[in-house]
Design a protein around this ligand. Structure first.
Ligand code: CA
Length: 466
């Protein structure tokens, strides 16, 4: 009795939070499975019958499908910056796809932003990032400096899938933006000789990480670059799509099949280890599909790079068996920023910065009946395009400078712009208020590649060998 009382008295005197073993055990594991440029219509759970995704459908059937789930941007880099910080990325100037600039500490995620890995670290989590990073290649911005204990993947925005094409030994052999797509993979700080198809390698590492770390809370950020270009697949997956005649579509479908197999292996592992009820698994794409490269956004207008629905509404689902409803569709608009808020709330840690998402769990359980967000916002600085959604009404200024209001409850394809000047005025006012808190882009992006090279002629010179 006395031996138990003494630490308790100390805890009371020094205000030390008393954590019971049960509290520690109950922190759920967090897994984010992110795909790259997968279209809204490119999953079985959103109605696709051509492209088979049995394991993504299994994840969705185990939990909740978000029919109105959004990315915070319409291309890769800024969308990932939003996801990993839980904040609208224009608040910190991450408004462009960053260049591969390993000597430039300002091209990437600012260090005063907190990643989800850094936040969860405060709760004792073990964190791993796998796949595409795209949040800065400078030594100060790499995953192991941003809260992750382990990393397996590549730092730039795109990568080749066939291991025989990974010919650059390290970044000292990179001489252009696109050379970076051929580098050998990084395992923590070491370059490795990979022999597997890239997507299979990422799935293997994910399963191994879970196997090795399942006895304590973990966070796995599994950021597949599939099915982003280049369209490359192996016969194992191509052969599953004998009826698809279009070559790009067939290869794209095969790339999604590889992801789907990996998701199956991961879900199997959670069940085998009996941790599926203590693991929240999110699945989403970072932006809409590029229909000129094999993707399908269903009835949604446009695709990757556009703030019309096809560019930002993505396949999105979450499972947490026993904790959130199973087999339902959640129709209220949600956004990728909500993942950060959900994860830290369930892990019982606080964020360093103001976050813009909501913990979705009480909404999914109907403890909260209202919609999680009054409005959602998007901005593409270089295209002078923006959008705001309030309930079912969306005001958009698109890439062509056209403006329109659409009622998404009746006009999902954004075909019939409403003539409603008072709504337009109100949504523009809300947007301007939101935008007043944003800052200008912090770094040059892919579109400024040539200009950046002129300003930084030593961009690829004397780069360290790692
Ligand atoms: Ca993308």
């Amino acid at each position: 009795m006395e031996s138990k009382l003494i630490p308790l008295i100390f805890a009371v005197i020094f205000c030390i939070p008393i954590k019971t073993k049960a509290q520690q055990i109950n922190k759920p594991n967090i897994i984010i499975i992110l795909t790259d440029d997968q279209g809204y219509g490119d999953v079985g759970f959103n109605g696709n019958r051509q492209l088979k995704t049995p394991n993504l459908d299994r994840l969705a059937a185990n939990g909740t499908i978000f029919t109105n789930g959004y990315a915070s941007y319409a291309v890769c880099g800024p969308s990932r910056a939003g996801l990993i910080t839980g904040r609208y990325q224009d608040r910190f100037g991450y408004s462009r796809n960053p260049l591969f600039a390993p000597k430039d500490s300002t091209t990437g995620l600012p260090l005063n932003e907190e990643t989800l890995a850094e936040a969860l670290k405060k709760g004792g989590y073990k964190n791993m990032a796998i796949g595409k990073w795209h949040l800065g290649a400078h030594a100060s911005q790499r995953p192991l400096k941003r809260g992750f204990d382990e990393f397996f993947g590549f730092l730039s925005g795109g990568h080749k899938y066939l291991p025989e094409q990974l010919t650059r030994n390290d970044i000292s052999e990179v001489n252009s933006q696109f050379d970076a797509y051929n580098t050998k993979l990084l395992k923590n700080n070491t370059r490795v000789d990979e022999t597997a198809y890239l997507t299979d390698a990422f799935s293997r590492e994910a399963v191994n990480f879970v196997e090795e770390n399942h006895k304590k809370p973990f966070f796995l950020y599994l950021a597949y670059n599939a099915p982003h270009a280049p369209l490359q697949a192996t016969e194992k997956y191509l052969s599953r799509h004998p009826t698809i005649k279009n070559k790009d579509r067939k290869t794209y479908a095969a790339m999604v099949s590889a992801v789907d197999d990996g998701v199956g292996l991961l879900l199997d592992k959670l069940e085998e280890l009996h941790i599926e009820k203590n693991t929240i698994v999110f699945f989403l794409s970072d932006n809409g599909g590029n229909e000129s490269k094999g993707a399908y956004n269903g009835v949604l207008r446009k695709g990757k790079g556009s703030l019309h629905e096809g560019g930002i509404r993505v396949p999105f689902a979450v499972q947490w068996p026993g904790k959130i409803p199973k087999g339902i569709k959640y129709e209220n608009p949600i956004i990728a920023l909500d993942i950060f808020a959900t994860a830290i709330a369930q892990a019982n840690v606080s964020s360093k910065n103001t976050i813009h998402g909501k913990d979705l769990i009480p909404y999914l359980n109907a403890d909260k009946k209202e919609a999680p967000h009054e409005e959602l916002y998007w901005k593409m600085y270089d295209k002078q395009s923006y959008a705001v959604r309030k309930n079912n009404l969306k005001f958009i200024k698109n890439n062509k400078g056209e403006i329109g209001i659409y009622d998404l409850s009746k006009d999902l394809s954004e075909k019939n712009a409403l003539k409603d000047s008072s709504t337009q005025k109100e949504l523009k006012r809300l947007y301007s208020k939101w935008d007043s808190l944003n800052i200008k882009p912090m770094f040059d992006g892919l579109r400024q590649n040539k200009a950046y090279n002129l300003k930084h002629p030593d961009r690829f010179k004397n780069v360290e060998k790692y």
